[in-house]
Structure formats: structure tokens, C-alpha cells
Write a protein that binds this ligand. Structure first.
Ligand code: ARG
Ligand code: ZN
Ligand code: CA
Length: 239
């Protein structure tokens, strides 16, 4: 699918006190998603020439939709999707065929965020982001610049980690991301070579710190956009 794609974002906030997740935090996250999915990250100029040919403008626009808030004293939701159900103290998903649902809550366990791949149950469709890692925050430290959502929305749009979750012999099903051995962290120096090729450590689907990830590739663009064709799992966003 090559046409315009607009994704309304429903933000489900489960917070310890009303308004703890600020409006500015919400707006910064929407702005960051728009930067990253339109190749407007301010660090694109740092992309090495070896990878410049692969850089993609995904051309997806995210718009701020409903913000739904709930106060809760739960400080460690974990990753079992409880935050997605009112019956379990969370907030039910809103029309997942036509909205990206983001749940913002205290996940705990040092987990920044997690996502559901396309094709799963609609009641749990969307991404979960830890409160400190949602938008621009001081509390998030090196993960306080909103790139957890970019990474998780990548998964929600069917992207795998660039190392394929399995050493040099596993694939992410994307031809123009070089084979890699394992996640990279912090801010690796260039070139970082593994599996006889230079790792694309600056890809949003690696595990580096927020300031050191700033590109998607053409192959990743194809994989994401394939979901929006008629009959595809994300077709609702282009009707
Ligand atoms: N560990 C998480 C995952 O695999 C998110 C990693 C996000 N990285 C970041 N720099 N914010 O889904
Ligand atoms: Zn991931
Ligand atoms: Ca690859």
C-alpha cells in the first residue's frame, strides 16, 4: 500500500494520581512518532553513508485521539495485558481496527514497553509503554526521549528486532537490515561489526538508547505497509 496513512492514537493512561502523565508528555510522544515515521528525526544526519541508501520515510501520520485516564495504585502491571481490561483494573481498548491504542502505566521489572504483533486478538491490540518512558521525560534517563513507542509501534506494524532474536543465523525477514548477533545497548560506536557485517545499531528496532536510534529501512517500510492493503490486518486505517 503506497497511499497516505493516518493513525489516530487513543491514549489509555493508568496513573497513581490524576494528571501525573501530563498533556505535554502526551503531545511530545505524538510529535516523536511523527518525526520518526516521517524520517524527520533530528539525528538523521548521523546515518553512516553505508546505510544512507536504505533509509525510508514511512510516511505515516499519527494524530492525538481520545485520552482516557484512570487512577490506580498498581505499581507493577507486568506484561500479562491486565492493563487492557477494565475488569482487571485497567482500561478496555477502543476500536482497535481504527485506532492505535497505547496504554501508559507502571509496567515494572525494568520493562520499557511491549507490543502485540498484527493479527492477534483485538481486545489486546496495541502497545504498552512504561510511564517514565512515554514521551519526553527526565525520569526515563537515556530512555526518556520517546523512542520506546517508536520501537513498539514498529512491532505493532510487524517489525522484528534487527538481530532476528537469534544470533547470526536468524532473520528479521528484512533484506536491507544487516544480519546481527544480538541486541546492541547504549550508544555503540560506528562501525560495530558482527556476523561479518556492520550492525545497523541506529535502527529503531535495535536496543540502543533513545538518542542513538534514528532510522527505519526500505525493507522495513515494505513490511509495515503490506499490512494496510485491502484484506490486510491494518486495512481499517486507510478506509
Ligand atoms: N525492550 C523493549 C522491547 O523489546 C523496548 C526497547 C526500546 N528501546 C529504546 N531505546 N527505547 O520491546
Ligand atoms: Zn522490541
Ligand atoms: Ca535483515
Amino acid at each position: 500500500y503506497t497511499g497516505a496513512i493516518t493513525i489516530p492514537v487513543v491514549i489509555n493512561i493508568i496513573e497513581s494520581s490524576p494528571g501525573k502523565v501530563t498533556d505535554a508528555q502526551i503531545n511530545s510522544q505524538i510529535a516523536i512518532l511523527n518525526e520518526d515515521f516521517n524520517n524527520n528525526n533530528s539525528r538523521t544526519s548521523s546515518i553512516p553513508s553505508e546505510f544512507a541508501v536504505a533509509v525510508a520515510d514511512i510516511d505515516i501520520t499519527f494524530t492525538r485521539g481520545a485520552v482516557i485516564r484512570k487512577t490506580s495504585s498498581v505499581s507493577s502491571w507486568g506484561t500479562n495485558d491486565a492493563m487492557k481490561f477494565a475488569s482487571q483494573g485497567g482500561i478496555d481498548a477502543t476500536d482497535t481496527a481504527n485506532n492505535l491504542n497505547i496504554w501508559v502505566c507502571e509496567i515494572g521489572g525494568g520493562i520499557l514497553g511491549y507490543a502485540q504483533f498484527p493479527g492477534g486478538a483485538s481486545a489486546t491490540d496495541g502497545v504498552v509503554i512504561g510511564t517514565d518512558f512515554f514521551g519526553e521525560t527526565n525520569a526515563g534517563g537515556i530512555y526518556g526521549h520517546g523512542r520506546t513507542a517508536t520501537h513498539e509501534v514498529g512491532h505493532w506494524l510487524n517489525l522484528r528486532h534487527i538481530w532476528g532474536d537469534g544470533r547470526c543465523n536468524r532473520d528479521d525477514f528484512v533484506a536491507d537490515t544487516p544480519t546481527s548477533d544480538a541486541p546492541n545497548y547504549n550508544c555503540p560506536s560506528y562501525p560495530t561489526v558482527n556476523c561479518r557485517s556492520t550492525d545497523m545499531t541506529m535502527n529503531y528496532m535495535d536496543y540502543v538508547q533513545d538518542d542513538c536510534m534514528y532510522m527505519f529501512t526500505n525493507g522495513q517500510n515494505d513490511r509495515m505497509r503490506a499490512l494496510f492493503v485491502s484484506g490486510g490486518p491494518r486495512e481499517g486505517f486507510v478506509n
